[in-house]
Design a protein around this ligand. Structure first.
Ligand SMILES: NC(=O)c1ccc[n+]([C@@H]2O[C@H](COP(=O)([O-])OP(=O)(O)OC[C@H]3O[C@@H](n4cnc5c(N)ncnc54)[C@H](OP(=O)(O)O)[C@@H]3O)[C@@H](O)[C@H]2O)c1
Length: 272
């Protein structure tokens, strides 16, 4: 049985632990470490897992160590853990945005198996989408374990180049906020057309969920689905033509490029 230790037990760790427990993972093989005793008590009492406020105690048990601390504190948190990590040599999975493999490798003493992961916020409701990248030291079995862990809160895909994690950040990492923005705009437009704010919100959210469910379940591409629901000279066609006329594709492309570029910059700012 694989033992997994979480260094940092905030929102993302809590979501993954919850997903693992719900998927039947052995609770006694899950360790949460966090400076807050209250947070540890909350996790151990509600989920029945093991907890500690001492990161080294957690690492000593672990086959897999998940780094779920804020990127800004990564170097300071890892420094005192280097020796324990080098001794135990666990698989390390980092979910921190903006910290590249080079930095994690340097801060953990080098030559360890490391998976860098870019999850997103819907992991908190087990609907996450994660991109994964592994260094040379990661075995096939460790890749399978990594997938199992991240799939407990949604789905995951491997990328072949670490730089592709910047694109993953731009698409799915930051992506939920784009859809929230689109929802905001639809709710506002709906109220301007005379709906109450509450009605506009209810209709918008259910439509987003319905469209995402249809697109997920259908063998048709989103483009084909759109064409199927766009009758010639109908209402949908008028709105779609308005989006196309204002070059929605270019607007989205520019926005995602900006997110990608910021991800590259962050790795430089926060890295070793
Ligand atoms: N939340 C998301 O949707 C999301 C999405 C993508 C990626 N991520 C990544 O996930 C990571 C965690 O994010 P989060 O949202 O879960 O943050 P969070 O809720 O703030 O959790 C981080 C936890 O780490 C604890 N911590 C601080 N110093 C520590 C130390 N020395 N040893 C052990 N634990 C320590 C913090 O305690 P204190 O609060 O007491 O400092 C906090 O409980 C980040 O790197 C972020 O980039 C998160």
């Amino acid at each position: 049985m694989t033992t997994i230790a979480f260094i940092g037990s905030g929102n993302m760790a809590g979501a993954i632990i919850g997903g693992l427990v719900e998927n039947g993972f052995d609770k006694q093989s899950l360790w949460a470490s966090d400076p807050s005793q209250d947070r540890i008590n909350e996790l151990t009492n509600t989920l029945g897992i093991q907890g500690t406020t001492n990161n080294i105690t957690a690492i000593e048990q672990a086959d897999v160590v998940i780094l779920a601390i804020k990127p800004q504190v990564m170097e300071a948190v890892l420094s005192p853990l280097k020796e324990a990590l080098q001794e135990k040599k666990p698989l390390i999975i980092s979910v921190a945005a903006g910290i590249n493999l080079h930095s994690i490798n340097a801060w953990t003493g080098g030559d360890l198996a490391i998976v860098r992961c870019m999850p997103n916020t819907p992991a908190l409701v087990q609907q996450g989408a994660s991109g994964l990248y592994a260094n040379q030291q990661v075995s096939e079995n460790q890749k399978v374990i990594s997938e199992q862990i991240l799939n407990a809160v949604g789905m995951s895909v491997w990328v072949n180049e670490e730089t592709q994690l910047d694109a993953v950040t731009a698409v799915s990492g930051s992506g939920p906020a784009y859809f929230f923005l689109f929802m905001e705009a639809m709710i506002e437009a709906g109220t301007k057309l005379g709906l109450s704010a509450e009605t506009a919100k209810e209709l918008t959210l259910k439509t987003a969920l319905g469209a995402a469910t249809m697109a997920s379940n259908s063998s048709d591409s989103p483009s084909e689905l759109r064409k199927k629901v766009t009758s010639p000279n109908g209402t949908t066609e008028k709105a779609i033509n308005s989006f196309i006329h204002q070059d929605l594709s270019k607007i989205v492309e520019t926005a995602l490029q900006a997110a990608n570029d910021r991800s590259v910059e962050l790795c430089k700012e926060l890295g070793a």
